[in-house]
Design a protein around this ligand. Structure first.
Ligand code: BG6
Length: 455
């Protein structure tokens, strides 16, 4: 039977496919967001049947997979993706089920070291023809290992594919509240007028995780928190928070403004703290004297007229007290507030990304009743607690956008280039790793360096 959508996954035996891609596809399919005639080819070197493959995926997944549905959609193809001679296996299968209008996605859920060879093989075997916009190629992060490797990967990709066919994933861009940042900033007059260095005191961008490396030693030990989280997710958040008003809300204009932020970054080397959680060296597959950081904190500056002088505190780490990703925008005190001798707080806007999406606004208020006391209150909008119980996961949104050829939520090359440039600067300042058991070991150091608490 001819198909309307064909998704081919390279590196399909990895945890990303089990934990994110297959659940996302299942949900999109059940909600009829992707065509009824959808086919998935899962490519891997292991000698599996489709049934064995899906059972393996089920074991790696966080929640049980719908194996009944997936066994109708998925075909496992045993091949060596580094050998062009093996590509006939997949090309023949795709050719037998595709028609001219079939949307074809090629998802590279593999490390960046394999991007060049797999891209070349895809091109040499004519799986993807340059310029055919029905065929797109999707690259999972990280895109490279540093600026030099990212550049060489990118130059090579442009030999084989048109930029319009290339999708570079940063799954944070598919998250509900990250998509909402521009709406909060630009569609609310109360924020539009105060979004600058005259009223904003500082910005905190936090991505804490309670889990460790979840069996991803091979990847993580080469990468570390700076490359794994900061170069992609935290840089994207920072550019959305600090960008100027774009010319329009079309993808390219928004990206032009985000890139300007990334071109104007600097960081305070004295503030840099790198940490490694206690027990990291005992994780399976980690080198016994690994110096890889699982925690990073630093103060950065966005040297644009809008944000010059406002500290941005960035922090991410594994094995911390809880899973929590959020942005805190703290405003200056009011001029009146300074005159009163009352325990007033500053206003804060919370943009909450995980574990629940939402927005919070911290205000000062009089304690109700026959008193003059003040209290700090939070107005809270919790998306999942309200009407939207079944929020979509980032990968659902991103996969759906790929099927519809929408590129807004994917990173453009110059965004990646400038964020690697920034990370490379930070990487030059290697620090002694702080061994930590919890935030209690780290927060005093942060306070000592900046006067701020990140707890
Ligand atoms: C991934 C990183 O990009 O993001 C992981 O490789 C990290 O190390 C994950 O755990 C965090 O994503 P989320 O969606 O759980 O916040």
């Amino acid at each position: 039977m001819k198909q309307d959508l064909i998704l081919t996954i390279f590196g399909s035996t990895g945890d990303l496919t089990a934990r994110k891609l297959l659940p996302a596809i299942t949900k999109l399919y059940k909600q009829k967001k992707i065509p009824n005639r959808t086919m998935i080819y899962a490519l891997g070197r292991r000698d599996y049947t489709t049934e064995v493959y899906l059972n393996q995926m089920n074991e790696q997944a966080f929640k049980p997979l719908d194996l009944k549905l997936l066994s109708r959609l998925v075909t496992y193809v045993n091949m060596d993706i580094t050998k062009v001679s093996d590509y006939d296996l997949i090309k023949n299968q795709i050719d037998s089920v595709k028609q001219e209008s079939t949307r074809q996605l090629f998802y590279l859920a593999i490390g960046p070291d394999l991007f060049p060879i797999v891209s070349k093989n895809i091109s040499d075997s004519d799986l993807v023809e340059i310029g055919n916009l029905n065929q797109s190629i999707i690259f999972e992060k990280p895109f490279g290992y540093d600026l030099a490797s990212a550049k060489s990967i990118n130059e090579m990709l442009w030999n084989y594919f048109d930029e319009k066919q290339i999708y570079r994933i940063d799954h944070y861009l598919g998250k509900e509240m990250i998509q909402n940042i521009m709406m909060v900033r630009f569609a609310n007059r109360i924020f539009e007028d105060v979004w600058h260095n005259r009223t904003i005191k500082n910005v905190k961008i936090i991505a804490k995780e309670d889990e460790g490396i979840l069996g991803r030693a091979g990847y993580y030990d080469q990468s570390g928190a700076l490359r794994d989280m900061v170069q992609s997710h935290l840089m994207q958040i920072m550019s959305l928070i600090a960008m100027d008003v774009p010319l329009s809300y079309f993808s390219e204009d928004v990206k032009d403004e985000k890139v300007k932020v990334l071109h104007h970054l600097s960081f305070d080397a004295d503030s840099l703290i790198l940490g490694q959680y206690q027990g990291y060296l005992d994780e399976k597959g980690i080198h016994e004297d690994s110096k890889t950081e699982t925690f990073v904190f630093f103060k950065a500056s966005v040297n644009t007229p809008r944000f010059k002088g406002v500290p941005f505190y960035l922090m991410t780490g594994k094995k911390l007290d809880k899973k929590e990703s959020l942005i805190i925008v703290e405003f200056e005190e009011t001029s009146e507030q300074r005159k009163w001798n009352l325990p007033l707080s500053t206003n804060k806007l919370y943009i909450k990304i995980a574990p629940v999406d939402g927005v919070g606004l911290v205000l000062n208020s009089k304690v109700p009743g026959l008193t003059d006391d003040v209290e700090t209150v939070e107005l809270e909008y919790c998306i999942a607690c309200n009407s939207y119980k079944n929020l979509s996961e980032a990968y659902e949104k991103l996969l759906l956008d790929c099927t519809q050829n929408h590129k807004t939520l994917f990173t453009r090359w110059d965004e990646i280039e400038s964020s690697w440039h920034f990370i490379d600067q930070i990487k030059k300042h290697q620090k002694t790793l702080v061994q930590y058991a919890s935030m209690d070991d780290l927060d005093p150091l942060i306070r000592e360096k900046t006067g701020e608490s990140m707890q």
